[in-house]
Design a protein around this ligand. Structure first.
Ligand code: LMR
Length: 342
């Protein structure tokens, strides 16, 4: 049958349109895997980096290949601020940002985890994260189009700089890099230091060039970012915890087939157990490697010396109560008493 040019043209366009539509939703075809892009800002060989890889293995195994996880470590896909925007846009499906990075998103209550010495042990931190306080905080992400899947942890932070740090006054006047958290700003000001918010991926160069004088992080982040090459001193204050929220784009998560979502929930659960299990030893190994390098002198505090830091940083809790919530602080103080940690 000879089609008129007009009909032939229309038919061709309809076919092209159909192909384009099919290509636009590759997941509509059974053999195409559902792709999860998991972006983060730390090295692969860190608790969070290893946790993300373990999630990848488990997710692909438990979904029998129907899901493919692409992990992008070390800010290779997105840096700090960009990654949360990308998640909300759906350009990336999963992240595990530090709890100190949710303030700019409008969820300032997460900064309660930045209060110095509020969480004196991993066990207490896990008790809070897995209890009503943690669950209530995660639910605050929902209005941002984000679903919180789990908390991960990376131990406790130390201070580093290029001058000896023994007592709180030793940080006076230093430009100290921090994450985007008003509580961490208050922490640095309580030490008469000058807080400088900066993306994690930019810290090494900023320390190397003197844009900032020092910073804070757990040993594993310090070592894997080679900060020991550009920091002459560190002190084991263990003044604050570094926790993460493993989060997913809600629209993507809700649209998954229920059996896939259930398999991914199992993968997250096991990856979370694994990440917590390795965090303490990863940090101990990183501290030993830093000391062995001879590049950074680590000052080890006695309990009495650390008590001086606790006292110097105690005012921060009262200063930030209005921002993170007086009620949650009162709940935490009660939890501390119930857990016998203070
Ligand atoms: C930092 O920016 O210092 C940390 O949040 C990096 C990380 O995610 O562990």
């Amino acid at each position: 049958m000879k089609l008129s040019f007009r009909v032939r043209g229309f038919t061709a366009l309809a076919m092209l349109g159909g192909l384009a539509w099919t290509a636009a939703v590759p997941q509509a075809r059974s053999q195409e895997p559902i792709v999860i892009k998991f972006s983060h800002v730390v090295a692969a060989d860190t608790p969070k980096g290893r946790g993300a890889e373990r999630f990848k293995q488990l997710a692909e195994q438990l979904t029998k290949g129907r899901v493919k996880v692409e992990v992008y470590p070390n800010s290779t896909l997105y840096k700090d601020k960009e990654e949360l925007e990308a998640l909300q846009l759906g350009s990336v499906q999963m992240l595990a940002p530090s709890l100190a990075k949710f303030g700019p998103l409008g969820v300032k209550e997460f900064e309660v985890f930045d209060i110095p010495y509020m969480f004196p042990s991993e066990a207490f931190l896990a008790r809070v994260e897995n209890g009503p306080i943690g669950q209530r905080l995660m639910s605050k992400l929902e209005t941002k189009g984000i679903t919180g899947l789990a908390f991960w942890d990376n131990g406790f932070k130390v201070f580093s700089a290029n001058r000896p740090i023994n007592v709180p006054g030793d940080l006076k006047g230093l430009k100290m890099r921090i994450q985007s958290s008003k509580v961490l700003e208050a922490q640095m000001r309580a030490l008469d230091a000058i807080p400088q918010v900066m993306a994690f991926g930019d810290v090494y160069q900023a320390l190397q060039t003197g844009v900032v004088d020092g910073t804070e992080n757990p040993w594993s982040n310090m070592y894997t970012q080679k900060m020991h090459e550009v920091q002459k001193y560190a002190v084991d204050t263990y003044h604050g915890c570094l926790g993460y929220a493993v989060i997913v784009n809600t629209k993507f998560w809700s649209a998954l087939p229920p059996d896939i979502r259930s398999a991914l929930e199992s993968a997250i659960k096991e990856a979370s157990r694994f990440e917590r299990e390795i965090a303490r030893k990863d940090n101990e190994d990183a501290m030993a490697a830093i000391e062995k390098s001879g590049r950074t002198k680590i000052i080890h505090l006695s309990a009495d010396q650390r008590a001086v830091w606790v006292k110097a940083l105690a005012p921060v809790q009262g200063e930030v109560a209005g921002r993170v919530g007086k009620e949650v602080i009162e709940e935490l103080v009660k939890e501390q008493a119930a857990a016998g940690v203070k």
